[in-house]
Design a protein around this ligand. Structure first.
Ligand code: UT7
Length: 342
């Protein structure tokens, strides 16, 4: 006798975030580089960013966000089956930040690994975890986006150091039978990459000779590789590629722009966010905007925006969220999620 075929969906059942205590305003930056609050705010929408403390590491930010997400889901770390950290600023080259976070959370045993998709790390991680959960490999996954971007800034380069901030966001992802929960959970994802654009945005490997095709490495005062970016080229590509990928993910899920309740975008620049929202014909009341207070926190930016709007009670059960991100590589992508938390 044929058994009933269970359809598994991935639900977000816990959300958390952490921002380091120290706030650096645009005014503070005026005494570091030749810039001003008006330029930064008009060109980017940023007013301030959080900066990691001396002695704090990406894994500390990640663990703090994870604890809040676990509490929100009503779970303990021992309930997890896997832990993924999306980061481009790991504590070390190895071991992975995920294994360090697992240990700091007081757990061991279940698999833990990092993914590197720069600013798109969380969107990539959500697609990966969703696929593994739906394949039946894991029941509960902790996915974290965590960054200490201030550690890879050239603090003499005004064209980059004003743009980034530090922080972490986390979600608990759980398998549920579709028959229990209608059409809630992750609906689908689209991921893209094109490495031919890599000279436009990068932080080179800190080891001499590790980037043979790219001499003249930019370094910060301590000799550490720093972010280099051709801002306006990155901007132009971000607008075009994000405009395409939000259409692609809707088509992939057979959905229409009018069905989207919230755009939860990567928070690099308010002008990029508004250009993507315009493509979707979404007005300001349907866009999560945290770039003013967080700046660009790379892989942490999407989960931090999600956490802010969730905790403010703005995201409601049954609503459709469109998450998107774009970063160095280039790598970009989008996920559609039907919110199933109360
Ligand atoms: O998360 C990964 C993806 N990253 C992004 O999406 C970032 C994408 N790029 C951007 O957001 C924008 O291109 C920037 C915000 C980085 C720059 O804005 P822009 O409108 O593209 O300015 P620009 O680079 O064309 O520079 C315009 C002027 C230049 O002066 P001149 O050459 O016209 O005299 C810059 O030197 O603004 C100057 N400038 C600044 N002035 C004051 C650049 N940075 C600053 C600054 N303060 N911090």
């Amino acid at each position: 006798m044929a058994g009933r075929l269970n359809i598994i969906r991935t639900h977000i059942t816990g959300v958390g975030g952490y921002l380091p205590e120290r706030v650096m305003t645009n005014k503070d930056l005026e005494s570091i580089v030749d810039t001003d609050d008006a330029w930064i705010f008009e060109r980017t929408g940023i007013r301030e960013r959080h900066i990691i403390a001396d002695g704090q590491h990406t894994s500390d930010l990640a663990a703090a966000a994870a604890r809040q997400a676990l509490e929100d889901a009503g779970l303990s770390v021992d309930d997890l089956d896997a832990l993924i950290v999306a980061t481009t600023t790991p504590d070390m080259i190895f071991p992975s930040t995920a294994t360090i976070v697992q240990s700091k959370l007081g757990a061991s045993g279940f698999p833990a690994w990092d993914i590197q998709a720069v600013c798109s790390g969380f969107v990539y991680g959500l697609a990966q975890a969703d696929a593994m959960i739906r394949a039946g490999m894991f029941h509960r996954v902790l996915l974290i986006g965590a960054e200490s971007m201030s550690r890879i800034m050239d603090w003499t380069d005004r064209s980059t150091c004003v743009l980034f901030g530090d922080g972490a966001g986390a979600v608990i992802l759980e398998a549920r039978d579709a028959s229990e929960d209608g059409h809630g959970g992750v609906i689908g994802s689209v991921l893209k990459a094109d490495g031919s654009y890599r000279p436009l945005l990068m932080a080179r490997h800190p080891h001499p000779g590790a980037s043979p095709d790219m001499p003249d490495m930019a370094v910060d005062a301590a000799g550490v590789a720093a972010v280099e970016m051709q801002g306006n080229e990155v901007f132009r590509n971000a607008v075009n590629k994000l405009g395409e990928v939000v259409g692609d993910v809707l088509a992939h899920c057979s959905m229409q722009p009018a069905e989207v309740d919230w755009l939860i975008p990567h928070q690099a620049n308010i002008r990029i966010i508004l250009a993507t929202a315009k493509k979707l014909k979404l007005d300001a009341g349907h866009i999560a905007i945290t770039v003013e207070k967080h700046a660009n926190t790379s892989a942490a930016s999407v989960p931090l925006a999600l956490n802010s709007y969730y905790r403010e009670g703005r995201i409601r059960k049954g609503q459709v969220l469109l998450l998107e991100a774009f970063g160095a590589g280039f790598v970009w992508g989008a996920n559609l999620v039907r919110w199933s938390k109360d």
